[in-house]
Design a protein around this ligand. Structure first.
Ligand SMILES: [Zn+2]
Ligand SMILES: [Zn+2]
Ligand SMILES: [Zn+2]
Ligand SMILES: [Zn+2]
Length: 332
């Protein structure tokens, strides 16, 4: 008979346990995203009004300084937060729990130590031109791959684990030996897997896969406008406004109706008479009465042996065909 065995993990000191290394991939990506604008802000604020230095001249040094600073702050964050909460029983004054908010505070603190004189002027911090400069510098750094996302993610992972007070965004599991840890890692819901969509190379935590899939640019989807095509999510918008046969179009002859582009031919044939009336009214100005115009339109359709009228796709070409036919009819 098997006796229940107490979990030996609880008996031992925390220090000797092996921690599962996995964290929430989406949170990590999000954190990696905010590092770039964070650095851009520091570089822009530090060089504004300086004729001799621009943001890119200081980026290498400031990146290192900033990473060191926010990493250090993150390392002491949990103990700082504990001291804070004991000293201060006011629930209104709690430390934030959101890792993005916390890291943003670290970056702001760092940034405020780097501002030059102009950077300290309060108007500057809220100005649009500051926002523009930061956006431009983010773009520049993205283009030059100055701080590639893989490198930012490695830092983001460390930060995330350090500041994630409630272990919402990283796995809290700890094991007393490699074997048990390895066994856990195989089924850990934070474990990273490669997105199965063809062409996508994102590594995503199992628990985040559904969210990722719902936004993955490489997911193959049925056309949103319901043509037969299946295409990648990232190509959908362009497809729908450029080549999709179901994209809505207005009648080129000025009917009120709009219809899927692929129905243009059908519309031109179904609405030939109203289209002819519009064209005839212009050609004959006030020369013919409404009834005469209607008769003329019917006659024209009958006289059109080659079906040229329904093939005209706009007012101009229809007018040409009508004029040719009328000329012919006069001679007969
Ligand atoms: Zn785990
Ligand atoms: Zn994907
Ligand atoms: Zn389509
Ligand atoms: Zn029409």
């Amino acid at each position: 008979m098997d006796l229940p065995v107490a979990d030996p993990g609880t008996e031992r000191g925390e220090g000797s346990l092996l921690q599962c290394p996995y964290c929430d991939s989406e949170a990590m990506h999000k954190l990696a995203q905010i590092l770039l604008p964070g650095l851009a802000a520091v570089c822009v604020d530090g060089t504004t009004g300086d004729l001799f230095r621009n943001p890119s001249a200081v980026a290498v040094d400031l990146r290192k300084e900033m990473v060191d600073y926010i990493t250090q702050r993150s390392e002491t964050f949990i103990s700082d937060a504990l001291i804070e909460s004991e000293a201060n029983q006011d629930p209104e004054n709690e430390m934030p729990e959101d890792p993005f908010e916390i890291v943003s505070i670290f970056m702001d603190d760092f940034s405020s130590t780097k501002r030059n004189i102009i950077g300290h002027v309060s108007g500057w911090l809220l100005s649009d031109s500051r926002e523009d400069k930061i956006d431009d510098f983010v773009q520049e750094m993205e283009m030059t791959r100055f701080w590639p996302v893989e490198r930012r993610e490695a830092i983001a992972e460390v930060l995330l684990k350090n500041v994630d007070l409630k272990t919402k965004f990283h796995c809290p599991e700890k094991y007393e030996n490699e074997e048990r840890l390895a066994h856990h890692k195989e089924q850990c819901t934070f474990r990273p897997v490669i997105c199965p969509n063809d062409g996508c190379r994102a590594t995503v935590s199992v628990r985040c896969m559904q969210d990722h899939d719902a936004a993955c640019p490489f997911k193959v989807l049925q056309c949103e406008q319901n043509c037969e095509k299946r295409l990648l999510r990232r190509d959908m918008d362009r497809h729908c406004v450029t080549v999709c046969p179901m994209r809505p179009m207005k009648c080129p002859f000025g009917c009120d109706s709009s219809f899927p582009e692929r129905n243009l031919e059908e519309h031109c044939s179904d609405f030939l008479q109203p289209h002819l009336l519009k064209v005839l009214k212009v050609i004959h100005k006030k020369g013919l009465s409404a009834d005469e115009l209607k008769d003329r339109a019917l006659l024209l359709e009958k006289a059109d042996d080659n079906g040229k009228l329904v093939k005209a796709r706009d007012t101009r070409s229809l007018t040409t065909v009508v004029k040719d036919l009328e000329a012919k009819m006069k001679h007969e």
